[in-house]
Ligand binder design. Structure first.
Ligand code: ZN
Ligand code: FE
Length: 254
């Protein structure tokens, strides 16, 4: 069993404190900064065995060095990020396992936002940490990779079991929902989700995690083969990749 605690960082980042209940191992996914993570650890587990980084951006690794110094943690990161991750100890590639006590994580290489971006997926614990590749009702900007790479990465995540709980790097859901509904106007499930997101956001509650199955029904970036979406974009004969490229470009200007 895996326990996940959401920690708000910076303006809209999430770091995730994780504990393997059997062995009491503690880790943090993407510590944006030292303070909020340190405060949560002092209130709870009083230790930090591992730091897991999805990619090299500073809002995901900013707390690495100070946390490592204080808790003597080991840093797990993408081998494709080479020397970009501060304090890195253990490098992982696509398909590698990371045993976190009784919880096994599989490393998925999901390039696009950055070239080295990885996700941590646990089939046993039913969770995936997607960093800045897949957001709820959106996806990350393509900074280093190609549209094709990003699309392939999203397809890879889409193939996981539908009850997998997604934990993303940022709270962008409300804003993302506005874009989705501007394109996918008749989607009732999307409308309901937007209402739910609004009420959570008003109460300053996280809109995450979300089950992948629900996400696939509402996130237009995961529905590039949907006839209504293609029709609304006047791209009836477009390929999935062409539709995705169009959506990502439109979102950049939204
Ligand atoms: Zn990023
Ligand atoms: Fe980020």
């Amino acid at each position: 069993m895996l326990e996940v605690t959401i920690i708000k960082c910076l303006s809209d980042n999430y770091s995730y404190l994780i504990k393997d209940k059997k062995t009491n191992l503690v880790g943090v996914v993407d510590p944006s900064e030292f303070n909020p993570v340190d405060i949560e650890i002092s209130k709870t587990y009083k230790k930090l065995d591992f730091i897991l980084n999805t990619h090299h951006h500073n809002d995901h690794v900013g707390g690495n060095m100070d946390l490592k110094k204080k808790y003597n943690s080991k840093i797990i990161c993408s081998s494709y990020d080479e020397e970009k991750i501060p304090g890195q100890d253990i490098k992982k590639s696509d398909g590698d396992q990371f045993s976190f006590g009784e919880t096994d994580f599989e490393i998925m290489h999901i390039p696009g936002h950055t070239l080295g971006h990885i996700a941590f997926y646990s089939k046993q614990a039913n969770v995936i940490f997607t960093g800045d590749t897949l957001f709820s009702l959106g996806c990350g900007r393509i900074f280093e990779g190609t549209f094709k790479q990003m699309f392939g990465s999203l397809e890879k995540i889409k193939n996981l079991p539908k009850n997998t709980l997604m934990y993303c790097g940022h709270e962008y859901t409300e804003k993302n929902g506005q874009f989705c509904i501007s394109i996918d106007k008749e989607n009732t499930k999307l409308k309901n989700r937007i209402e739910d997101v609004k009420s959570k956001t008003q109460k300053k509650l996280p809109t995450l995690p979300i089950a992948l199955g629900e996400e696939i029904e509402t996130n237009i970036f995961l529905r590039c083969d949907d006839e209504k979406i293609k029709n609304n974009l006047k791209m009836n004969n477009g390929s999935k990749l062409e539709v995705f490229t169009k959506l990502r470009n439109l979102k950049d200007k939204f």
